[in-house]
Design a protein around this ligand. Sequence first.
Ligand code: SF4
Length: 350
Amino acid sequence: MTTRVGIPRALAYYSFYPQWRTYLEELGMEVVLSPPTTKEILDQGIRDTVTDACIPIKVFHGHVAALIGQVDYILIPRLVSIDGDATLCPKFLGLSDMVKTSVTDIPPLLTPRLDIRDGRFAPFKAWLQVAKILGASRRKAVLAYRRAIQVGQYYEALLASRMLPGEAIASIDKWWASLGKGWLGLSEDRSSVASAQSSTEILEDSGKQIRLAVVGYPYMIYDEYVNCGLLANLKRLGASILTPDMVPIKSRKAQAQKQPKYLFWYYSNQVMRATYYFFQEKMIDGLIHVTAFGCGPDAMVSKLLELDCRKQGRLPYLSLCLDEHTGVAGVMTRLEAFIDMLVRRKGDSL
Ligand code: SF4
């Protein structure tokens, strides 16, 4: 029987799912993804965690619980450093330990420690350990790793072409279905992504639509249950949306020099750098920062963004702090008021 490996649809899922899934499937595993977040999942997460955990951590625990009984293993990488500049928030570092101590009856966890500061090959060595546990050969692991890296790059390119993660993953699903084409198919698809990117760069701005950047950690801006359908509601209110992932990684990196000091946390740096890019390119009429109640790193990020918006001629800024008590009505009231103000402001300047 095929070994089933579960991936919780939370936290780093939004950044790395296609890559992780490819690696596991290339090793011959069946990947089981937990369902989209629901009230039941969040409630279970709340029961399983300490009360002062942030909402993404509670949601993550709920997703782990949703996989119990369906899988032989659950993948919870210990993400330490992805870019060598910064580490992830301490809660990511201790995630698998937290889960082990707070969720009962969980299957064995796969917890590769991913820290690029240990050397270029460190991530591969960590994934090799996963292959060993799953009984796959080294040769298979090498091929799976190469393909996973390529899929990861493809996913990043799709996000930079202004797809949301759900759309990008659906597009990769289609591409997976045609994998019979092999490496040749991959290179064709990558060139089509490149052309998609260049066409979006020259998207016409009618001058009337409200252009918003919604910044924050991927698990806050893309989990529709947690953020009360934020992106869909903003689109419904007539705004065009940009998120940090829509800025290509290279362009984000180029903005690092504008940071007076690098922040300690990977995702926080990505938020700041993407925002500086939006400022530089004059792409936005307003900025919304989506943050989790009780998030330590965001206490700093939120203040920095507010100060930076002031320096941009008092660019309108909304900080939206979410927790498990946040309701759709409250979020909508704030969004509508924000958009209203932007429309008036833009009308005055047209
Ligand atoms: S960065 Fe903030 S929201 Fe994310 S896991 Fe850490 S404390 Fe929670």
